[in-house]
Design a protein around this ligand. Structure first.
Ligand code: SF4
Ligand code: SF4
Length: 297
């Protein structure tokens, strides 16, 4: 039997300096976000926060019902790995909660800090940017919360709010922008996708003597396959596996050069891009007139 993982000593600020690179203007423009941090970022964030609280009642509920029992505190791998107390899920959520209390609760408006409420300031924004981008939205903590508070949803809301003011990370925005340019996260342009498929056909013939097709943009197939794009480029054995499976099952299939990505990085950015990336699957399915979509990541 394994001993439980030791809870680390608290190391205040241990991961404060581990911050994601900021988004580039060229990517922000492609994904319909302000090209840089807005001059009125504070107003923009509070306006979006009001929208989020109105639209996603769960977030408001999570703000109000935490009893600070600490059951989630040692469940986050980012806290266990760094010892930084702000990576405890409850503390991460508190970064959001103190702003929520200040602007959206009566107690916070009247009593301020004595009600654990704080003005949205540049230093709070720095903490939001650092620690909400040190959450992988894995939802492990929510499994242990007796109230079902889902810190991943709070993280998503915080990123949504920051994005509205032109604040996001290079990694996430670059990947989403690549989807709009090329159809996938890795930036594989259509000719390269087709070329890789042709290569796999030849490879399979040479190595196994099998004459299987890897169809691309075939109209009227039964299935549109949306694989992770890495399967076309790196994990090619998986791509070969799909072809063998469809062949054995006698199912006609195709991939699409418009949408060939099973992973949606909109999840890590904001709801608008999450939906837009997902919609590309439907658009591709309609354009290619398929009957089913097989989609995996
Ligand atoms: S387990 Fe739930 S109620 Fe307890 S501190 Fe964490 S988020 Fe709050
Ligand atoms: S959802 Fe975020 S805060 Fe919760 S355990 Fe996962 S990484 Fe940590």
């Amino acid at each position: 039997m394994r001993a439980p993982m030791a809870v680390p000593h608290l190391l205040e600020g241990a991961s404060r300096h581990q911050r994601c690179h900021p988004a580039k203007e060229k990517d922000m423009v492609k994904i319909d976000l302000p090209r840089e941090r807005a001059a009125d970022w504070k107003e923009a964030m509070l306006k979006k926060m009001a929208e989020v609280l109105e639209k996603y009642h769960s977030v408001r509920l999570f703000m109000d019902i935490c009893v600070k029992c600490g059951a989630c505190a040692d469940k986050c791998q980012f806290f266990l790995g760094t010892g930084d107390p702000k990576n405890m899920p409850v503390a991460r959520a508190d970064l959001f909660r103190k702003v929520y209390k200040r602007y959206f609760t009566l107690g916070g408006k009247i009593w301020g800090r004595t009600h654990e409420a704080e003005e949205l300031s540049d230093s709070i924004l720095q903490d939001w940017y650092t620690y909400f981008y040190q959450c992988s939205e894995c939802r492990r903590c929510s499994v242990f919360c007796p109230y079902g508070i889902d810190t991943a949803e709070i993280t998503m809301a915080a990123r949504e709010i920051m994005a509205a003011a032109g604040i996001a990370t290079k990694y996430v925005t670059e990947v989403v922008a690549k989807v709009y340019d090329t159809g996938n996260n890795l930036g594989i342009w259509p000719p390269a996708w087709k070329d890789n498929c042709a290569f796999l056909e030849e490879d399979l013939k040479d190595t196994e003597g099998l004459d299987l097709k890897f169809p691309v943009d075939a109209v009227g197939a039964e299935v549109l396959l949306i694989p992770p794009s890495a399967d076309n480029f790196v994990n090619t054995n998986t791509m070969i596996g799909y072809a063998k499976m469809f062949h054995a099952a006698g199912i006609s299939w195709t991939t699409s050069t418009y949408c060939n990505e099973g992973g949606n990085f909109g999840l890590f950015l904001n709801y608008a891009n999450l939906k837009k990336v997902n919609n590309r699957i439907l658009e591709a399915a309609r354009d290619l007139k398929v009957r089913k979509v097989y989609w995996g990541e």
